[in-house]
Design a protein around this ligand. Sequence first.
Ligand code: ADP
Length: 342
Amino acid sequence: MSEQKQLTRIAVLTSGGDAPGMNAALRAVVLAAEHYELQVIGFKHGYQGLLENDFLPLCAADVQHILQYSGTIIKSARCARFKEVEAAQQAAAILDQHGIDGLVVIGGDGSFRGAEHLANYWSGQIIGVPGTIDNDLYGTDVTIGFTTAVAIAMDALDKIRDTADAMDRVFIVEVMGRHAGFIGLNSGVAAGAERMILPELQKDKPLTIAAIVKHIERVKQVRGDGSYVMVLSEHQWPGGAVALAEQLEAQHGLPCRPCLLGHIQRGGSPAPADRIIASELGVHAVELILQGQTRVMAGLQANQLVAIPLPETWQKKNPLNANLLRISQDIFNPVKKRQNTL
Ligand code: ADP
Protein backbone atom coordinates (compact mmCIF):
# COMPACT_ATOMS: atom_id res chain seq x y z
CA MET A 1 0.00 0.00 0.00
CA SER A 2 2.10 2.88 -1.25
CA GLU A 3 1.28 6.58 -1.09
CA GLN A 4 -1.11 6.33 1.83
CA LYS A 5 -2.95 9.52 2.73
CA GLN A 6 -2.52 10.89 6.22
CA LEU A 7 -5.90 10.17 7.74
CA THR A 8 -7.05 10.41 11.31
CA ARG A 9 -10.72 9.52 11.71
CA ILE A 10 -13.25 7.37 10.01
CA ALA A 11 -16.92 6.67 10.69
CA VAL A 12 -19.04 3.58 10.15
CA LEU A 13 -22.77 2.86 10.07
CA THR A 14 -25.05 -0.10 9.34
CA SER A 15 -28.13 0.72 7.29
CA GLY A 16 -31.29 -0.80 5.81
CA GLY A 17 -32.27 -4.42 6.28
CA ASP A 18 -29.95 -6.07 8.81
CA ALA A 19 -27.99 -9.12 7.71
CA PRO A 20 -26.16 -11.83 9.65
CA GLY A 21 -22.49 -10.87 9.59
CA MET A 22 -22.98 -7.11 9.89
CA ASN A 23 -21.43 -7.28 13.37
CA ALA A 24 -18.47 -9.21 11.99
CA ALA A 25 -18.00 -6.51 9.32
CA LEU A 26 -18.24 -3.77 11.94
CA ARG A 27 -15.66 -5.55 14.10
CA ALA A 28 -13.33 -5.88 11.10
CA VAL A 29 -13.64 -2.16 10.30
CA VAL A 30 -12.83 -1.20 13.89
CA LEU A 31 -9.92 -3.64 14.24
CA ALA A 32 -8.45 -2.56 10.89
CA ALA A 33 -8.81 1.09 11.87
CA GLU A 34 -6.99 0.46 15.14
CA HIS A 35 -4.30 -1.44 13.30
CA TYR A 36 -3.72 1.54 11.00
CA GLU A 37 -4.00 4.01 13.91
CA LEU A 38 -7.24 5.59 12.81
CA GLN A 39 -9.94 6.64 15.25
CA VAL A 40 -13.44 5.31 14.57
CA ILE A 41 -16.88 6.54 15.47
CA GLY A 42 -20.07 4.64 14.76
CA PHE A 43 -23.32 6.38 13.89
CA LYS A 44 -26.29 4.54 15.37
CA HIS A 45 -29.43 3.59 13.41
CA GLY A 46 -27.92 4.14 9.95
CA TYR A 47 -28.51 7.45 8.19
CA GLN A 48 -31.11 8.38 10.82
CA GLY A 49 -28.41 8.46 13.49
CA LEU A 50 -26.06 10.34 11.19
CA LEU A 51 -28.66 13.10 10.74
CA GLU A 52 -29.31 13.16 14.50
CA ASN A 53 -25.57 13.13 15.28
CA ASP A 54 -26.20 10.02 17.37
CA PHE A 55 -22.75 8.45 17.56
CA LEU A 56 -20.37 6.54 19.78
CA PRO A 57 -16.60 6.14 19.69
CA LEU A 58 -15.59 2.58 18.84
CA CYS A 59 -12.42 0.75 19.80
CA ALA A 60 -11.37 -2.90 19.80
CA ALA A 61 -12.86 -3.50 23.24
CA ASP A 62 -16.29 -2.42 21.98
CA VAL A 63 -16.34 -5.03 19.23
CA GLN A 64 -15.00 -8.00 21.16
CA HIS A 65 -17.03 -11.16 20.81
CA ILE A 66 -19.71 -9.75 18.53
CA LEU A 67 -18.99 -11.61 15.31
CA GLN A 68 -20.97 -14.66 16.42
CA TYR A 69 -24.20 -12.66 16.65
CA SER A 70 -26.58 -11.48 13.95
CA GLY A 71 -28.12 -8.02 14.09
CA THR A 72 -25.85 -5.02 14.56
CA ILE A 73 -24.66 -3.54 17.86
CA ILE A 74 -24.80 -0.02 16.40
CA LYS A 75 -28.36 -0.67 15.16
CA SER A 76 -29.79 -0.26 11.68
CA ALA A 77 -32.74 1.72 10.38
CA ARG A 78 -34.46 3.08 7.33
CA CYS A 79 -34.57 6.85 6.90
CA ALA A 80 -36.81 8.13 4.10
CA ARG A 81 -35.66 11.73 4.67
CA PHE A 82 -32.10 10.88 3.68
CA LYS A 83 -33.13 11.02 0.01
CA GLU A 84 -33.51 14.79 0.26
CA VAL A 85 -30.68 17.13 -0.74
CA GLU A 86 -30.89 18.99 2.58
CA ALA A 87 -30.43 15.73 4.48
CA ALA A 88 -27.24 14.88 2.57
CA GLN A 89 -25.93 18.41 3.15
CA GLN A 90 -26.74 18.15 6.86
CA ALA A 91 -24.99 14.76 7.07
CA ALA A 92 -21.95 16.23 5.30
CA ALA A 93 -21.78 19.07 7.81
CA ILE A 94 -21.97 16.63 10.75
CA LEU A 95 -19.22 14.44 9.29
CA ASP A 96 -17.05 17.53 8.81
CA GLN A 97 -17.70 18.68 12.39
CA HIS A 98 -16.30 15.34 13.55
CA GLY A 99 -13.29 15.67 11.26
CA ILE A 100 -14.19 12.44 9.47
CA ASP A 101 -12.00 11.51 6.47
CA GLY A 102 -13.85 8.39 5.38
CA LEU A 103 -17.23 6.74 5.96
CA VAL A 104 -17.91 3.01 5.71
CA VAL A 105 -21.54 2.14 4.93
CA ILE A 106 -22.49 -1.47 5.64
CA GLY A 107 -25.80 -2.25 3.92
CA GLY A 108 -27.65 -3.16 0.74
CA ASP A 109 -28.43 -1.37 -2.53
CA GLY A 110 -30.65 1.25 -0.87
CA SER A 111 -27.88 2.12 1.57
CA PHE A 112 -25.43 2.38 -1.33
CA ARG A 113 -27.77 4.77 -3.17
CA GLY A 114 -27.76 6.80 0.04
CA ALA A 115 -23.95 6.69 0.10
CA GLU A 116 -23.73 7.91 -3.49
CA HIS A 117 -26.25 10.65 -2.73
CA LEU A 118 -24.16 11.77 0.26
CA ALA A 119 -21.00 11.69 -1.85
CA ASN A 120 -22.52 14.39 -4.06
CA TYR A 121 -22.44 16.78 -1.10
CA TRP A 122 -19.49 15.59 0.99
CA SER A 123 -15.80 15.61 0.05
CA GLY A 124 -14.77 12.72 2.32
CA GLN A 125 -14.30 9.17 1.06
CA ILE A 126 -17.21 6.71 1.14
CA ILE A 127 -16.85 2.94 0.90
CA GLY A 128 -19.73 0.44 0.82
CA VAL A 129 -19.61 -3.02 2.39
CA PRO A 130 -22.23 -5.40 0.95
CA GLY A 131 -24.42 -6.46 3.87
CA THR A 132 -27.72 -7.95 2.69
CA ILE A 133 -29.26 -11.41 2.82
CA ASP A 134 -30.66 -10.96 -0.70
CA ASN A 135 -27.31 -11.31 -2.53
CA ASP A 136 -28.56 -8.75 -5.05
CA LEU A 137 -25.50 -6.53 -5.38
CA TYR A 138 -23.47 -6.64 -8.56
CA GLY A 139 -19.71 -6.77 -8.20
CA THR A 140 -19.31 -9.28 -5.41
CA ASP A 141 -19.76 -13.04 -5.69
CA VAL A 142 -21.72 -13.11 -2.48
CA THR A 143 -23.05 -10.59 0.00
CA ILE A 144 -22.66 -10.76 3.76
CA GLY A 145 -25.67 -12.57 5.25
CA PHE A 146 -26.74 -14.53 2.19
CA THR A 147 -25.13 -17.82 3.21
CA THR A 148 -26.75 -17.72 6.64
CA ALA A 149 -30.17 -16.89 5.19
CA VAL A 150 -29.90 -19.84 2.78
CA ALA A 151 -28.89 -22.15 5.63
CA ILE A 152 -31.88 -21.02 7.71
CA ALA A 153 -34.28 -21.48 4.80
CA MET A 154 -32.81 -24.90 4.00
CA ASP A 155 -33.16 -25.98 7.63
CA ALA A 156 -36.81 -24.86 7.63
CA LEU A 157 -37.46 -26.67 4.34
CA ASP A 158 -35.95 -29.87 5.76
CA LYS A 159 -38.26 -29.66 8.77
CA ILE A 160 -41.28 -28.92 6.61
CA ARG A 161 -40.38 -31.94 4.47
CA ASP A 162 -40.68 -34.24 7.49
CA THR A 163 -44.24 -33.22 8.27
CA ALA A 164 -45.24 -32.82 4.61
CA ASP A 165 -44.07 -36.38 3.93
CA ALA A 166 -45.93 -37.78 6.93
CA MET A 167 -49.21 -36.33 5.70
CA ASP A 168 -48.66 -36.45 1.91
CA ARG A 169 -49.14 -32.73 1.80
CA VAL A 170 -48.19 -29.88 -0.46
CA PHE A 171 -46.33 -27.11 1.36
CA ILE A 172 -45.46 -23.63 0.17
CA VAL A 173 -42.55 -22.08 2.02
CA GLU A 174 -42.24 -18.33 1.51
CA VAL A 175 -38.71 -16.94 1.64
CA MET A 176 -37.26 -13.43 1.37
CA GLY A 177 -36.00 -11.95 -1.90
CA ARG A 178 -38.76 -10.01 -3.62
CA HIS A 179 -36.44 -8.71 -6.34
CA ALA A 180 -33.88 -11.52 -6.51
CA GLY A 181 -34.40 -15.27 -6.29
CA PHE A 182 -31.01 -16.22 -4.87
CA ILE A 183 -32.31 -17.32 -1.46
CA GLY A 184 -35.20 -19.18 -3.10
CA LEU A 185 -33.07 -20.98 -5.68
CA ASN A 186 -30.19 -21.91 -3.39
CA SER A 187 -32.32 -23.06 -0.47
CA GLY A 188 -34.65 -24.90 -2.86
CA VAL A 189 -31.78 -26.81 -4.46
CA ALA A 190 -30.16 -27.46 -1.07
CA ALA A 191 -33.42 -28.92 0.29
CA GLY A 192 -34.61 -30.67 -2.88
CA ALA A 193 -37.76 -28.59 -3.35
CA GLU A 194 -40.04 -29.75 -6.18
CA ARG A 195 -40.68 -26.23 -7.41
CA MET A 196 -39.34 -22.70 -6.93
CA ILE A 197 -41.31 -19.60 -7.78
CA LEU A 198 -38.68 -16.88 -8.18
CA PRO A 199 -38.87 -13.25 -9.34
CA GLU A 200 -36.56 -13.82 -12.32
CA LEU A 201 -38.73 -16.71 -13.56
CA GLN A 202 -42.02 -14.96 -12.87
CA LYS A 203 -40.86 -11.96 -14.90
CA ASP A 204 -40.32 -14.07 -18.03
CA LYS A 205 -43.28 -16.42 -17.74
CA PRO A 206 -45.59 -16.01 -14.72
CA LEU A 207 -46.89 -19.35 -13.45
CA THR A 208 -50.59 -20.03 -13.51
CA ILE A 209 -52.44 -22.01 -10.87
CA ALA A 210 -53.31 -24.55 -13.58
CA ALA A 211 -49.62 -25.09 -14.37
CA ILE A 212 -48.80 -25.54 -10.67
CA VAL A 213 -51.61 -28.06 -10.20
CA LYS A 214 -50.60 -29.96 -13.33
CA HIS A 215 -47.02 -30.26 -12.10
CA ILE A 216 -48.07 -31.42 -8.63
CA GLU A 217 -50.33 -34.08 -10.14
CA ARG A 218 -47.74 -35.30 -12.62
CA VAL A 219 -45.09 -35.55 -9.91
CA LYS A 220 -47.54 -37.65 -7.93
CA GLN A 221 -48.13 -39.90 -10.96
CA VAL A 222 -44.41 -40.43 -11.48
CA ARG A 223 -43.28 -40.71 -7.86
CA GLY A 224 -46.41 -41.88 -6.08
CA ASP A 225 -47.92 -40.40 -2.94
CA GLY A 226 -45.71 -38.17 -0.87
CA SER A 227 -44.86 -34.57 -0.17
CA TYR A 228 -44.43 -31.72 -2.63
CA VAL A 229 -42.56 -28.69 -1.33
CA MET A 230 -42.55 -25.38 -3.14
CA VAL A 231 -40.31 -22.40 -2.40
CA LEU A 232 -42.01 -19.08 -3.07
CA SER A 233 -40.05 -15.83 -3.07
CA GLU A 234 -42.04 -13.11 -1.35
CA HIS A 235 -44.29 -10.89 -3.50
CA GLN A 236 -44.37 -13.44 -6.33
CA TRP A 237 -47.97 -14.51 -5.84
CA PRO A 238 -50.90 -12.19 -5.04
CA GLY A 239 -51.58 -12.77 -1.33
CA GLY A 240 -48.37 -14.81 -0.96
CA ALA A 241 -48.06 -18.40 0.26
CA VAL A 242 -51.27 -18.21 2.32
CA ALA A 243 -53.40 -17.25 -0.69
CA LEU A 244 -51.72 -19.79 -2.97
CA ALA A 245 -52.26 -22.59 -0.43
CA GLU A 246 -55.92 -21.60 -0.04
CA GLN A 247 -56.42 -21.60 -3.81
CA LEU A 248 -54.79 -25.01 -4.25
CA GLU A 249 -56.84 -26.51 -1.46
CA ALA A 250 -60.18 -24.85 -2.22
CA GLN A 251 -60.11 -24.99 -6.01
CA HIS A 252 -58.25 -28.24 -6.57
CA GLY A 253 -58.68 -30.25 -3.36
CA LEU A 254 -54.94 -30.51 -2.76
CA PRO A 255 -54.07 -30.70 0.97
CA CYS A 256 -51.79 -27.70 1.10
CA ARG A 257 -50.21 -25.61 3.87
CA PRO A 258 -48.28 -22.32 3.81
CA CYS A 259 -45.21 -21.52 5.91
CA LEU A 260 -43.80 -18.00 6.07
CA LEU A 261 -40.19 -17.77 7.21
CA GLY A 262 -40.03 -13.97 7.37
CA HIS A 263 -37.46 -12.37 9.63
CA ILE A 264 -36.22 -15.71 10.99
CA GLN A 265 -33.97 -15.54 7.93
CA ARG A 266 -32.05 -12.63 9.42
CA GLY A 267 -31.27 -14.06 12.85
CA GLY A 268 -29.24 -16.68 14.70
CA SER A 269 -25.57 -17.35 14.45
CA PRO A 270 -23.93 -16.16 11.20
CA ALA A 271 -22.55 -18.99 9.07
CA PRO A 272 -18.74 -19.32 8.96
CA ALA A 273 -18.67 -18.07 5.35
CA ASP A 274 -20.51 -14.88 6.34
CA ARG A 275 -18.20 -14.20 9.29
CA ILE A 276 -15.19 -14.76 7.06
CA ILE A 277 -16.23 -12.56 4.11
CA ALA A 278 -17.43 -9.89 6.55
CA SER A 279 -13.98 -9.94 8.14
CA GLU A 280 -12.25 -9.68 4.78
CA LEU A 281 -14.50 -6.97 3.38
CA GLY A 282 -14.49 -4.86 6.56
CA VAL A 283 -10.69 -4.75 6.48
CA HIS A 284 -10.73 -4.19 2.70
CA ALA A 285 -13.01 -1.17 3.16
CA VAL A 286 -10.57 0.49 5.55
CA GLU A 287 -7.63 -0.29 3.29
CA LEU A 288 -9.52 1.20 0.31
CA ILE A 289 -9.92 4.42 2.30
CA LEU A 290 -6.19 4.40 3.01
CA GLN A 291 -5.54 3.93 -0.70
CA GLY A 292 -7.53 7.08 -1.45
CA GLN A 293 -10.54 5.31 -3.00
CA THR A 294 -14.07 6.59 -2.72
CA ARG A 295 -17.58 5.86 -4.01
CA VAL A 296 -16.81 2.15 -4.34
CA MET A 297 -18.04 -1.07 -2.78
CA ALA A 298 -15.54 -3.47 -1.25
CA GLY A 299 -16.26 -6.77 -3.00
CA LEU A 300 -14.92 -10.26 -3.45
CA GLN A 301 -14.75 -11.92 -6.88
CA ALA A 302 -13.21 -15.38 -7.28
CA ASN A 303 -11.41 -14.87 -3.97
CA GLN A 304 -9.90 -11.57 -5.15
CA LEU A 305 -10.64 -8.31 -3.36
CA VAL A 306 -12.17 -5.76 -5.74
CA ALA A 307 -13.54 -2.21 -5.66
CA ILE A 308 -16.71 -1.63 -7.67
CA PRO A 309 -18.16 1.85 -8.35
CA LEU A 310 -21.24 2.17 -6.14
CA PRO A 311 -23.78 2.87 -8.95
CA GLU A 312 -22.72 -0.32 -10.75
CA THR A 313 -23.71 -2.37 -7.71
CA TRP A 314 -27.39 -1.64 -8.26
CA GLN A 315 -27.46 -0.74 -11.98
CA LYS A 316 -25.97 -4.08 -13.07
CA LYS A 317 -27.42 -7.42 -12.00
CA ASN A 318 -25.89 -10.75 -11.09
CA PRO A 319 -27.95 -13.41 -12.90
CA LEU A 320 -29.20 -16.48 -11.09
CA ASN A 321 -26.84 -19.42 -11.42
CA ALA A 322 -27.97 -20.85 -14.78
CA ASN A 323 -26.63 -24.31 -14.02
CA LEU A 324 -28.51 -24.49 -10.72
CA LEU A 325 -31.67 -23.48 -12.56
CA ARG A 326 -31.10 -26.12 -15.23
CA ILE A 327 -30.46 -28.82 -12.67
CA SER A 328 -33.53 -27.98 -10.63
CA GLN A 329 -35.86 -27.47 -13.59
CA ASP A 330 -34.68 -30.29 -15.85
CA ILE A 331 -32.49 -32.91 -14.22
CA PHE A 332 -34.21 -33.08 -10.83
CA ASN A 333 -37.68 -32.52 -12.26
CA PRO A 334 -39.37 -35.93 -12.20
CA VAL A 335 -41.72 -35.06 -15.05
CA LYS A 336 -39.05 -34.01 -17.55
CA LYS A 337 -38.02 -36.62 -20.12
CA ARG A 338 -34.38 -37.67 -20.25
CA GLN A 339 -32.44 -36.14 -23.15
CA ASN A 340 -29.29 -37.93 -24.22
CA THR A 341 -27.68 -34.86 -25.72
CA LEU A 342 -24.63 -34.53 -23.51
P1 ADP B 1 -30.99 -1.74 1.97
O1 ADP B 1 -29.73 -0.98 2.17
O2 ADP B 1 -31.09 -2.96 2.82
O3 ADP B 1 -31.30 -1.97 0.50
P2 ADP B 1 -33.13 0.28 2.02
O4 ADP B 1 -33.51 0.12 0.60
O5 ADP B 1 -34.23 0.33 3.01
O6 ADP B 1 -32.18 -0.86 2.57
O7 ADP B 1 -32.28 1.62 2.15
C1 ADP B 1 -31.71 2.00 3.39
C2 ADP B 1 -31.68 3.48 3.49
O8 ADP B 1 -30.83 4.03 2.48
C3 ADP B 1 -33.01 4.17 3.27
O9 ADP B 1 -33.84 4.15 4.39
C4 ADP B 1 -32.53 5.60 2.97
O10 ADP B 1 -32.13 6.24 4.16
C5 ADP B 1 -31.27 5.32 2.14
N1 ADP B 1 -31.60 5.40 0.71
C6 ADP B 1 -32.18 4.45 -0.05
N2 ADP B 1 -32.35 4.87 -1.32
C7 ADP B 1 -31.85 6.12 -1.38
C8 ADP B 1 -31.74 7.11 -2.40
N3 ADP B 1 -32.15 6.89 -3.64
N4 ADP B 1 -31.17 8.30 -2.06
C9 ADP B 1 -30.73 8.53 -0.81
N5 ADP B 1 -30.83 7.66 0.19
C10 ADP B 1 -31.37 6.46 -0.06
